[in-house]
Design a protein around this ligand. Sequence first.
Ligand code: DLZ
Length: 165
Amino acid sequence: MSSSLKNLSDFKHTTIPNGAGMRIGIVTAEWNIEITGALLNGAIKTLSENGVTENDIIVKYVPGSFELTFGAQLLCEDKSIDSVIVLGCVIQGETRHFDFICDAVSQGVTNVSLKYNKPVIFGLLTTNTLQQAQDRSGGKHGNKGDEAAITAVKMISLKKSLKGQ
Ligand code: DLZ
């Protein structure tokens, strides 16, 4: 999550590898689509600005964040895909769905990533309010989609840098 010290779209203090030749899947939840659509736009724009071609960005949708893990698994099964980004937005409500969904996605993403030996990037906004989500999907705290895109490129580069991977 962003803080007053970290803008999600500020990468000036980090080295970003060139994404040319990288193939990246993006699974987007349709729940809170006004937020997740903005995350998706940010991710695609940032990947493009860092060398990933349009043909190498594969976008799929799932109904809600709970389904992100299975969507990620389907894309990970495609051997041509180097990394998968999941994008969702869970806003705290009156029931316990928030905790269940956040736990399921964070555990699920970790499991799928390790099972397929591919970086699966956690682009899930988990906020108390809609305003906090807007602030982090292209608002005053940047865009978590941008952060997810840069993380994918960096993690693919890390994997490629190791002999035998
Ligand atoms: C049911 C539900 C609720 C209450 N809230 C959200 C949410 O804030 N963000 C989100 O992405 N999805 C939500 N969902 C839908 C679940 O993720 C899931 O799609 C359904 O429970 C069906 O499995």
